[in-house]
Ligand binder design. Structure first.
Ligand SMILES: Nc1ncnc2c1ncn2[C@@H]1O[C@H](COP(=O)(O)OP(=O)(O)OP(=O)(O)O)[C@@H](O)[C@H]1O
Ligand SMILES: O=C(O)c1ccc[n+]([C@@H]2O[C@H](COP(=O)([O-])O)[C@@H](O)[C@H]2O)c1
Length: 228
């Protein structure tokens, strides 16, 4: 099967997963995993699964950014979205939303959270971030709005000082009356930057991303050897 056929099959499955989910969202707990996912890797998946299990969330909704606010040159949004679909297709608790990739303007989390509130009015929303992202949240659009609309779950991340992140989280909680849960997640020292660098140097990324994602990268010639 060609990867393009696979992706359209996965899209159909995802659509029906989302629709069934939409009809049963009374009082459920949704974890939102937002990201550029350039590309998605096992640390994203393992972090989401760990948090889903620990906080007994009903579903994790992956939302790839269309036009990420704080990142310049990123891979085509449909390629990043397709890779997220492939990486999550075997897990019924993982869903993928195209809310942000459908937008042509920059995608801001506060706008996404407002839309999610309309779509799932009775759900409790948890926004999952790595410790690096939560430390930067005061640079996001409408920081207070973000904290009003969701509880944030900040996961530890290798390379980010736990002490510094916790100090920052305590300050944010006081300043904005924010609901932030800081959680230790068993470490996986993987980043999309590292994966892109490996590929551009012609090195292996096996076991860093799901096989389907590795195949998609190969077939679509993403992050090629020697690319800038
Ligand atoms: N290894 C990791 N451990 C915990 N959280 C992570 C890890 N990698 C990414 N995240 C979190 O996942 C979310 C989406 O991350 P993103 O798509 O930007 O991946 P990234 O690996 O940080 O990418 P890049 O290296 O391109 O900056 C962010 O909240 C980020 O903090
Ligand atoms: O809304 C903002 O201003 C904003 C600024 C930076 C990052 N975010 C969100 O934070 C999540 C992680 O972002 P990133 O850049 O680490 O992939 C993703 O969902 C982004 O949309 C949001």
């Amino acid at each position: 099967m060609r990867i393009s056929d696979l992706v359209s099959k996965v899209s159909v499955n995802n659509f029906s997963k989302l629709e069934t989910f939409r009809q049963n969202t009374d009082k459920i707990k949704i974890g939102i995993m937002g990201g550029t996912f350039d590309p998605i890797h096992y640390a994203h998946l393992a972090t989401a699964e760990f948090i889903r299990d620990k906080y007994q969330l009903d579903k994790i909704l992956f939302i790839p950014s269309g036009n990420p606010p704080h990142k310049g040159n990123v891979t085509d949004k449909y390629d990043r979205y397709n890779m997220v679909m492939l990486a999550t297709r075997n897990n019924d608790d993982f869903l993928v939303s195209d809310l942000e990739i459908k937008k042509s303007k920059r995608s801001y989390t506060v706008d996404t959270l407002k839309e999610l509130r309309e779509i799932y009015p009775n759900a409790t929303v948890y926004f999952i971030t790595g410790a690096d992202a939560i430390c930067d949240i005061e640079n996001w659009k409408d920081v207070e709005g973000n904290f009003k609309l969701a509880t944030f779950i900040a996961a530890t991340r290798p390379g980010i000082s736990l002490l510094r992140a916790q100090e920052k989280i305590e300050k944010l909680k006081r300043k904005y009356s924010a609901n932030i849960i800081s959680v230790y997640v068993p470490s996986l020292d993987i980043s999309s930057t590292y994966i892109r660098d490996q590929l551009r140097e012609g090195k292996s990324i096996r076991y860093l991303v799901p096989e389907s994602v590795g195949k998609y990268i190969d077939e679509n010639k993403l992050y090629q050897y020697g690319d800038e």
